[in-house]
Design a protein around this ligand. Structure first.
Ligand SMILES: NC(=O)c1ccc[n+]([C@@H]2O[C@H](COP(=O)([O-])OP(=O)(O)OC[C@H]3O[C@@H](n4cnc5c(N)ncnc54)[C@H](O)[C@@H]3O)[C@@H](O)[C@H]2O)c1
Length: 251
């Protein structure tokens, strides 16, 4: 799997799954533009990629703003002369609630970043791919988008929307040489999850089929494969990478 000389954008690349994805694509030869709201994290990841001999750049991108997504694509194209791959990873969880006591602010914030933000990124990326002759997109959804999830209604609904938006994109642009897939991670040991209390993390880990959480690199591997030419006949897939969690009966 080589990305030698190709150009990729990775949203959410300043941390966790996005960071692992940006580093893997750069290691495999891609020029990587990281778009994220966390400036210090983005700068750190760029310097770590460069120290390892890779090529990367950071741009402050709030995926909830259409103009930022457009700027992200424009920056990648003006810096490296094109864009071939997009990993839309940026996302947030929600303050726990049930549907009836979910407040409108939480609903709007979650939808604006996790669903509308994904759409804004896809629009900017697709506009480029339609003009340039094609490309490959991977959206990060979640196992939470595939079945009801305690305490996470807005997040789960947004991620279900990401899975459907992926299928929609795969169908609409199949004849334009554009592939669109999603990855639904299970529980992955990222800074977002590391912020949870130790006992909660231990409980989550114990609930996994193999007794451990996934590593960000294990999701990055799936993302890179789906982006790559090795997956040239794969489109519209929601790839579940979760150590078998989805196959378990909910407790
Ligand atoms: N960690 C898990 O267990 C898990 C499971 C399923 C799905 N996911 C999904 O994976 C993705 C990455 O999650 P993670 O666990 O690596 O989290 P993380 O918090 O480590 O990283 C998320 C990154 O997204 C960035 N971000 C947040 N809002 C943004 C915005 N408006 N614009 C641009 N960037 C923004 C953050 O600054 C951060 O760098 C998310 O979409 C998340 O929903 C995570």
């Amino acid at each position: 799997m080589s990305f030698e000389g190709k150009v990729a954008v990775v949203t959410g690349g300043a941390s966790g799954i996005g960071e692992a994805t940006a580093k893997l694509l750069a290691k495999k030869g891609a020029h990587v533009l990281i778009g994220d709201v966390t400036d210090d994290g983005g700068a750190r990841v760029v310097s770590e990629i460069e120290a390892a001999g890779g090529s990367a750049r950071f741009l402050h991108v709030d995926v909830a703003k259409a103009s930022d997504s457009k700027a992200m694509v424009a920056e990648a194209v003006s810096t490296w002369g094109g864009l071939h791959f997009a990993a839309n990873v940026a996302g947030i969880g929600q303050v726990p609630s049930r549907l009836h006591d979910l407040d409108e602010k939480t609903w709007d914030l979650t939808m604006n970043i996790d669903l509308k933000g994904m759409w804004f990124c896809m629009v900017a990326e697709l506009n480029h791919f339609l003009a340039s002759g094609g490309g490959s997109i991977v959206n990060v959804a979640s196992g939470a988008g595939m079945r009801a999830t305690v305490g996470q209604p807005a997040y789960a609904i947004a991620k279900a929307g990401v899975i459907q938006m992926t299928r929609q994109g795969a169908l609409e642009y199949a004849k334009d040489n554009v592939r669109v897939n999603s990855v639904s991670p299970g529980l992955i040991d990222t800074p977002a999850v590391q912020a949870l209390p130790d006992d909660v993390r231990a409980m989550y880990a114990a609930g996994q089929p193999n007794g451990r959480m996934g590593r960000p690199e294990e999701i990055a591997n799936t993302i890179a494969w789906l982006l790559s030419d090795e997956a040239s006949f794969v489109s519209g897939l929601n790839h579940v990478t979760d150590g078998g969690w989805f196959q378990m009966s909910p407790k």
